[in-house]
Structure formats: C-alpha cells, structure tokens
Design a protein around this ligand. Structure first.
Ligand code: NAG
Ligand code: NAG
Ligand code: NAG
Length: 379
C-alpha cells in the first residue's frame, strides 16, 4: 500500500508485517512491511482523533519526543511528500499528512523514540529513530479491523528507517525480504545475507514516481513470446498485495491468457477479483491449476539478461470459492497511469534485495519459510 503521495498508493493492506518493539519501556507493534514508502508510522494516541481498531494499544508519545520542524528529517519528509514545508518557529512540531490512492489518509506528527533492534550476533541496540505518530486516519475502502498498528517505511528517502539505521551506524543501507507463499517469511537489514554472486541484479532506476524502488523498464513475455507492449516502467512495492499493470500491458496479458485458456477452465464471476476461472472441481491451491497456465517474464533492459520470471503461482490467486483468479490488476482503474507495480503476489518465494549502497536491486528464487544459508544478518 502506502506511498507518501497524493496520487498513488493504497491504504495499508498487506499480508506481510513484522513485530517491532518501540518506546521505553518497549512495547510490541505490528508494522506493514512497505518498500513503497519512506515514512514509518504508528496509529497513535496523541490523543487520537480517528484511529482504526489495531492489534495493540495505541502508541502514546510524550512531549519531549516531538521532533522539531527545523530538524533535517522533517525537511526531507516534506520533500518526499512534495508539500511546502512551513516552519515558522524552531520549537514548532513537525506535522505531516500521508494520502493513499483509495482515498485513505493519515495525519500525524513526527516523534523520536527508541527501537529495540536485535543484531546478527544477538545483541540488542536501542537507537532513537524518527517516525510518525498518526492521530487522524481516514480509512479508504477497508473499514475492518486493521491487521497492523502501522507501516514500516523502507524506501530510500532519508526519513526511511533503513536510512536511519545507516545514519546511526547500525547496518548498511541494504534491505531484503523473502515473502513465503505459505505465509510468513523474513526481512533483513544489512548485506550479510545477500547472495551477491547468485542473484540477478539491475541498477536502480530513478523512478519518475517519487522514491519508489525501480529496476527500470521491462518488456513483457508470456509463454516465451513477446506481448509486443511498450517498455513498462516497473517498481517493486512490498506494501501492495497485488501486482498492477497499466492499461496496455494489462489488456495484452488478458488477451493472451484468454487466447491460451485450457479447455478444462471456464471464465466465471467471483466477488474476489475481476477475472476468474473455474475448473471441473474447485481448486484448493494454486498448485492444482498452475500447469494450465504459462509463465510471464519481465525482461529488464538495464541489466545483462536480467529476467524476472513470473510463474503462474506468482500471478494467480485461488479464492475461497475455489476459483483461480488473475492477481494482476488493471492499474489504470486506480489511477496509476503508466506505472506498473510488482506487489507481494509476484515477489513471493523470491529473495528481493534493495541495495542502496551499490545502487542496485536483486532477486533470486528461494523458499522463504526458512532463512537460507547464505550468511547471517540483522533480522
Ligand atoms: C532523538 O532523541 C535522541 C535521544 O533523546 C536525541 O539525541 C536525538 O537528537 C533526537 N533526534 C531528533 C531527530 O529529534
Ligand atoms: C555485536 O556486534 C556489535 C556491532 O558490530 C558490537 O558492537 C557488539 O559488541 C557485538 N556484541 C557481542 C555480544 O558480540
Ligand atoms: C483498464 O482500465 C481502464 C481505465 O478504467 C479502462 O479504460 C480499460 O478498458 C481497462 N482495461 C481492461 C482490459 O479492462
């Protein structure tokens, strides 16, 4: 979800979150892992004007934890939000607002409190880091209980927790995730776990869309055949549950899938997603239906033979009605224009590494339910 921008992003709604201990005494909070935005924030009792029901008691800041608006982190936060940064007096607090594409938003104030972080050698450090205390949320489409207390912003901007870890000399400016298809997975900071020689790497491209991590533009293949669409600007966003293609590649993909459909499948309407198929019997998992579909490939122009393979299990979802649905959605419908977002469904069971030190993005297939033996790191 979640981009600090007024025209793209979604209300936090990702299936992947981490527990972090924040404050003194430290209390646990669940945070949505979001490589698509910079600011980490918690629903917050400041007091709260409008908060969702969240898994833990609301975080309560104290006055001495407020980050002043003259602080450089406040300036960079506002730079990232592309708003005019007004700071009339040095004592003034740092207010901000984040907005999401589904009309959700969060109003808050920047605070500074300690995060308990366990290092690879098991010792714990407690740096004071700046994050948002969100006290006035407007929920977009979802009105249910929020699965998380807030968002863990892992973008490349200087307000990002990742950049703050680096500033405090805790880890290198490298983060990676491995999201398991069976739920769970792991997140790591620093480069100890990174399989440098085995992963596929591309230089990070400057996304026209803020601080998004982008491997650049790619051409799209289905079943080994080019779909003949214009190069697609791709960004990777762990905060988005689904993958979104812009109108032209989406149309080309839907046409190719329909033209290639196995006789055992019939298009069916399912309340979960726009394009679904049923088989002779309801499907229990993607494994029951994956052999009926071909793989997609994104071929990145920036890298040498930099392919991101997207097998059916990385673009199909089996719903509770036993249908197989396309988990790649039409980004134009939510105003994404030319942006293509690779979300969780497509990144599952791959280790994806965002290396801001070397300015590159890498990926490698891996079973994500256990930590591979590539090394050790801060988890
Ligand atoms: C955060 O708090 C620490 C410890 O109280 C202080 O040293 C640091 O300057 C503060 N940082 C900001 C951005 O306010
Ligand atoms: C763990 O590593 C940190 C940073 O490298 C170091 O400061 C600390 O002393 C180490 N702790 C132990 C128990 O070795
Ligand atoms: C995608 O969305 C756009 C904008 O709503 C629409 O014009 C287009 O027909 C959609 N494409 C498909 C294949 O549904």
């Amino acid at each position: 979800p979640t981009h600090q921008s007024t025209d793209c992003g979604f209300w936090p709604y990702s299936l992947y979150y981490v527990a972090m201990s924040i404050g003194n005494p430290a209390k646990p909070y669940f945070l949505d892992v979001d490589t698509g935005s910079d600011l980490t924030w918690l629903q917050c009792d400041a007091p709260c004007v409008s908060c969702s029901k969240v898994p833990h008691p609301l975080y309560r800041p104290t006055k001495n934890k407020l980050v002043p608006c003259v602080d450089q982190l406040c300036t960079s936060l506002h730079g990232g939000l592309s708003k005019n940064h007004k700071c009339d007096s040095p004592k003034q607090q740092c207010d901000y607002e984040v907005k999401y594409a589904d009309q959700g938003s969060s109003l808050g104030v920047l605070v500074n409190d300690s995060f308990a972080v366990r290092l690879a050698n098991a010792s714990v450090v407690r740096p004071s880091l700046a994050f948002g205390c969100g006290y006035d949320q407007e929920v977009g489409s979802s009105t249910e209980v929020a699965p998380t207390d807030g968002v863990l912003g892992l973008g490349s901007g200087s307000i990002s927790l990742l950049s703050q870890f680096k500033q405090h000399g805790i880890t290198k400016n490298v983060v990676g995730h491995c999201l398991s298809m069976r739920g769970g997975g792991f997140l790591f900071f620093g480069d100890n776990l990174v399989p440098y020689s085995r992963a596929t790497w591309v230089p990070m491209a400057r996304s026209a869309f803020r601080n998004y991590y982008s491997p650049g533009s790619a051409s799209l293949y289905f079943g080994g055949r080019s779909l003949g669409v214009r190069p697609m600007e791709v960004v990777l966003d762990s905060g988005s549950s689904f993958t979104y293609f812009s109108a032209q590649p989406y149309q080309a993909l839907v046409t190719a899938l329909k033209g290639d459909l196995s006789k055992t499948l019939k298009e069916v309407s399912d309340p979960s997603l726009p394009l679904c198929w049923k088989g002779k019997k309801p499907f229990k998992s993607v494994l029951d239906v994956k052999k009926e579909f071909k793989s997609l490939v994104l071929n990145f122009a920036n890298g040498k033979k930099a392919l991101m393979e997207i097998p059916p299990e990385n673009y199909l979802i089996v719903t509770k009605y036993g249908n197989a649905c396309l988990g790649i959605l039409n980004g134009s419908e939510i105003g994404l224009k030319d942006l293509n977002i690779v979300g969780d469904i497509t990144m599952q069971d791959q280790m994806v590494i965002y290396d801001n030190e070397r300015g590159q993005i890498g990926w490698i297939r891996a079973p994500c339910d256990r930590i591979p033996k590539f090394g050790s790191s801060l988890l």
